[in-house]
Design a protein around this ligand. Structure first.
Ligand code: GLU
Length: 423
């Protein structure tokens, strides 16, 4: 039995949407399970000359609307390798719903290697050998029209370049930048991809603030996690006038009611390796962080952070889920009753995959847009989806998560019904 099984949570969310849409059991089963999941052995010669075997995964959930799309994470969840398998299955399903909800013509996939490059001493050479061996093992099932990976937890443009290069060489030395997104600019990457997730989150918060008539000027923000999504969300919310009063990273959480300047937090973390100890701040627990009184809470770390107990003590007006799956299903009804507006993960962090899609489009046409052109296209996708989801939430009298799932599931079903089953 897997504790807090993320795939069970993803299935529960689908179940809720299927009830609203009155979908039959067979179709629901079709939508729930990934089409394919592979688990691969990654043997690598380490710097000390010894062989070490890692385990990797790729889950391909659904491709009714387009090629599978989704990140590759290097991480070691507490539940071990078995938990990670369930995690990538759930994350691949969320990618299906995420792509559908922001209306990009792609499906859902997710992968990863059970390895934490932050806490383990892994040299750059070792990491490259692990990455390239993994790319070799999944090279048959990925491709620009098949399955297009991207960065996720603890992976960057560097690993994406190595996967692209390995794939190209295995396919007769061809230039195939569209096999992967989140690449550095000289490798065929897109402008604005690095800031995309956080910028998308900020656009969502702006839309939610309009609905509840919240002034962003001076609004207090709490950030959980201090990676790519949360730092850029913080930066753009700061540009919109809000102020970050608490933040956290894997080493701990800090608060200063007078507010922080995001650029100073980034600078400090770069120098010291953690936010903890930032001058003028007080260290607090994760629970205190999440339940800090603020206007905007941005959970941007990992899954399963907001449980029923935390939900009961939340003191925010908007939750923008920059992480994937940060809220447990048990917490949703409590948050809904408290009239906190939740911008669900599949919308709040969809800026990343939106610009990944735009990167792929640019790769396919071999012509590249400016930062503003790309950001504007992403903004259009996100604000349109936000409004559609909000309207559905009013129509069905449900929270934004259910409404987003209803929209996503109906879009996938429309494509599935047009194609039918074959063979
Ligand atoms: N890993 C990101 C996500 O969870 C981006 C995926 C992508 O760009 O394909 O949405």
């Amino acid at each position: 039995m897997i504790k807090n099984d993320p795939f069970a949570n993803a299935t529960k969310q689908l179940d809720d949407a299927c009830k609203i849409l009155k979908i039959d059991k067979g179709t629901q089963d079709y939508l729930a399970m990934p089409n394919k999941i592979i688990r691969v052995k990654i043997p690598v010669k380490m710097d000390n000359g010894k062989i070490r075997v890692f385990t990797g995964f790729r889950s391909q959930h659904n491709n009714d609307r387009g090629p599978y799309k989704g990140g590759i994470r290097y991480f070691n969840p507490e539940g071990g390798v078995e938990y990670m398998e369930r995690e990538v299955m759930a994350l691949s399903a969320w990618m299906t719903w995420k792509c559908a909800v922001v209306d990009i013509p792609m499906g859902g996939g997710k992968g990863g290697i059970y390895l934490n490059p932050k806490t383990e001493k892994i040299s750059a050479g070792e990491l490259e050998r692990i990455t390239r061996r993994f790319a070799f093992m999944i090279s048959e099932i990925i491709g620009p029209q098949k399955d297009i990976p991207a960065p996720d937890v603890y992976t960057t443009g560097k690993e994406m370049t190595q996967i692209m290069d390995t794939f190209g060489k295995l396919h007769g030395v061809t230039y195939q930048p569209g096999v992967i997104t989140g690449k550095p600019i000289p490798m065929g990457g897109s402008l604005a991809r690095n800031v995309a997730t956080g910028l998308g989150t900020a656009y969502c918060v702006r839309e939610a603030a309009k609905i509840i008539k919240l002034k962003l000027k001076g609004a207090k923000v709490v950030l959980q996690g201090f990676g790519n999504a949360s730092t850029f969300a913080g930066e753009y919310l700061e540009k919109m006038g809000a102020k970050v009063i608490a933040a956290s990273d894997s080493k701990g959480s800090i608060i200063n009611p007078n507010g922080f300047k995001i650029s100073k937090l980034i600078e400090f973390k770069q120098k010291k390796g953690s936010l903890v100890g930032f001058p003028g701040s007080k260290k607090i627990s994760t629970e205190q962080l999440l339940t800090t009184k603020c206007e905007i809470l941005v959970p941007a770390a990992l899954e399963n952070q907001i449980n029923a107990k935390i939900a009961r003590n939340l003191k925010c007006k908007i939750i923008a889920e920059a992480a994937n799956g940060p809220t447990l299903p048990e917490a949703d009804p409590i948050i809904f009753k408290k009239k906190i507006i939740v911008i669900p993960d599949i919308l709040a962090n969809s800026g990343g995959v939106c610009i990944s899609y735009l990167e792929w489009v640019q790769n396919n046409m071999g012509y590249y847009w400016t930062f503003n052109e790309v950001a504007k296209k992403m903004e259009d996708h996100i604000t349109r989806s936000f409004r559609d989801i909000y309207a559905l939430s009013k129509k069905h009298k449900v929270d934004m998560r259910r409404a987003a799932m209803v929209l996503a599931v109906s879009r996938v079903l429309e494509a599935f019904n047009l194609k039918g089953l074959w063979p």
